[in-house]
Design a protein around this ligand. Structure first.
Ligand code: PEP
Ligand code: MG
Length: 314
């Protein structure tokens, strides 16, 4: 039985009525790539690259970044690796990038805004990612940009990526955005014409939709990703993405929540990205779900008036 369980951990997860849901891992360190594979992840859905920059006195060199990324590519042995570019700012800052203090850092120079404001730093990361991509089977390395709020931000970031790709001579890579800002979800039909995929960061999307600081000492309990407002944004992204052939993932903590997974699946999400220890349990859960019932559950959740109503339903 233990061997059966182990074998099942490495197989893709289908619902009882045959819908495949991809289960991939969130990682934030080089050695976690191997752990994700051992845990049965079908790849990495979110590589948080901040670990290469945090707590350092100097920026990592392009060579160093390329070496770390290549190590992950090798550990994944052809499985997909979605590399999220630097998401600094907000609650995270780095010593070698002194930044003027901001009254509202979560509404300030964070994520892609900071990357675009520091083009040298961003360019070295993009070049490192492209170097790692040349070491992977074509298409295995994908790039996504954090905290995208407008098409201009995406276009500017993508143009810089294209430049790096041409310089390195890397193959074409899929380029996607994190959906963490309500404007990106609302403009998903326009984004869908220009991106290859969407990955929904429900931690930040919930924070910005409900206007509750995700680190707030007393309010975080109310920052519930199952609030119908957040679910409606997720549905809007799926509805916009699929007609254009874009896939949609969820990489926020919500993807690992037992009550949330059936709703996300029912909303039409194609991929769930969770921490490596959560992969096996999520696959097992999916194998017990009916896709048809998930769709009904999602419709009912979308019609709810409060997060508490959604939780009662689930
Ligand atoms: C998110 O915002 O949901 C997300 C996955 O990104 P992070 O938690 O790194 O901000
Ligand atoms: Mg985020």
């Amino acid at each position: 039985a233990a061997q059966d369980a182990k074998a099942a951990a490495y197989k893709p997860a289908f619902t009882t009525d045959g819908e495949r849901i991809e289960v991939v891992a969130n990682i934030g360190r080089t050695d976690e790539a191997a752990r994700a594979v051992e845990a049965g992840a079908e790849g990495v859905g979110l590589l948080r690259t901040e670990f290469l920059f945090l707590g350092r006195e100097e920026a990592p060199t392009e060579d160093e970044q390329a070496a770390e990324l290549t190590r992950m590519v090798e550990a994944l042995n052809g499985l997909p690796l979605v590399v999220r570019t630097l998401d600094i700012g907000g609650d995270k800052d780095i010593p070698f990038l002194p930044m003027p203090p901001e009254d509202n850092p979560f509404l300030g120079l964070r994520g892609i805004r900071l990357a675009l404001a520091k083009p040298e730093l961003f360019r070295s990361q993009l070049r490192a990612i492209m170097r790692a991509a040349t070491r992977a089977p074509e298409g295995a390395v994908k790039v996504m940009f954090p905290m995208i709020g407008t098409l201009e931000e995406f276009r500017e970031a993508k143009a810089m990526l294209e430049e790096a790709r041409a310089e390195i001579g890397a193959p074409r890579v899929e380029v996607g955005i994190m959906v963490e800002v309500p404007s990106a979800a609302l403009m998903a039909p326009e984004f869908a014409r220009e991106v290859d995929f969407f990955s929904i960061g429900t931690n930040d999307l919930t924070q910005y939709t409900l206007a509750i600081d995700r680190l707030h000492p007393t309010l975080t309990r109310k920052a519930d990703g199952l609030h119908p407002s957040v679910l409606r944004l997720i549905r809007a992204v799926v509805d916009a993405a699929h007609p254009h052939g874009c896939w949609v993932g969820v990489c926020g903590n919500m993807a690992a929540e037992r009550v949330a997974a059936p709703i996300l699946i029912g909303l039409g999400v194609d991929e769930l990205s969770v921490s490596p220890p959560a992969v096996a349990g999520l696959k097992a859960q999916i194998r017990g779900l009916s896709y048809g019932e998930c769709r009904e559950l999602a419709e009912a959740a979308l019609a709810c008036r409060t997060a508490a109503d959604v939780r009662r339903l689930a």
